[in-house]
Design a protein. Structure first.
Lengths: 116, 112
């Protein structure tokens, strides 16, 4: 069974460019999370969705960041315009609401973003 | 708000036992999770405590004391492959049962 899939795995771009990160959650999972990980700030939750609806976007740093989930099997995180301080590893994770006991989150391999 | 504290780094030798502590402050606490992350990899679930006491999964165990707002991860019979970062994360009734807030992580270095 495929895990969470993210693309691209690596992205190098120049300041001011638009960046789009993509995620396919595990089939059947109804929660999707976007995280950003840096040495300085650790693992931060940016936004999460339940049944394709954004529930909490309080972690989104600023208006340059936006996320969508048009259907149950696809989500995007967009940064426009990108800045060097956006350089980080971005993880997507999914979970199943029926797993109420543990709420285990399954992480994708991450996208390493470098903004020059 | 929510806050978690973990040691930044722990070192140990192969075959030893190591304990990684986590203290938390959160309203509406619901449970404590532990995740492992190898360098360059993604976090993976290790253990969860919703109730006080010890949960055992092979060489790994996790403990929770709600009254002390404290938990720990115990790794026994350490192996080189256990060198990784370990994160505690809290669930809260106030922020939705599925949302996790992660600590800053503890880097474990296992030496021969």
């Amino acid at each position: 069974d495929a895990g969470v899939i993210q693309s691209p795995r690596h992205e190098v771009t120049e300041m001011g460019q638009e960046v789009t990160l993509r995620c396919k959650p595990i089939s059947g999972h109804d929660y999707l999370f976007w995280y950003r990980q840096t040495m300085m700030r650790g693992l931060e939750l940016l936004i999460y969705f339940n049944n394709n609806v954004p529930i909490d976007d309080s972690g989104m740093p600023e208006d340059r960041f936006s996320a969508k989930m048009p259907n149950a099997s696809f989500s995007t995180l967009k940064i426009q315009p990108s800045e060097p301080r956006d350089s980080a590893v971005y993880f997507c994770a999914s979970s199943l609401s029926e797993d109420r006991a543990r709420a285990t989150q399954y992480f994708g391999p991450g996208t390493r973003l470098t903004v020059l | 708000g929510q806050s978690l504290e973990q040691p930044s780094e722990v070192t140990a030798v192969e075959g030893a036992i190591v304990q990684i502590n986590c203290t938390y402050q959160t309203s509406g606490f619901y449970g404590l999770s532990w995740y492992q992350q190898h360098d360059g990899g993604a976090p993976t679930f290790l253990s969860y405590n919703g109730l006080d006491g010890l949960e055992e999964t092979g060489r790994f165990s996790s403990f929770l004391s709600r009254s002390d707002s404290y938990g720990y991860l115990l790794l026994q019979e350490l192996q080189m492959k256990d060198s990784a970062s370990y994160f505690c994360a809290v669930r809260s009734e106030n922020t939705g049962f599925q949302k996790l807030v992660f600590g800053t992580g503890t880097r474990l270095l296992v030496s021969p």
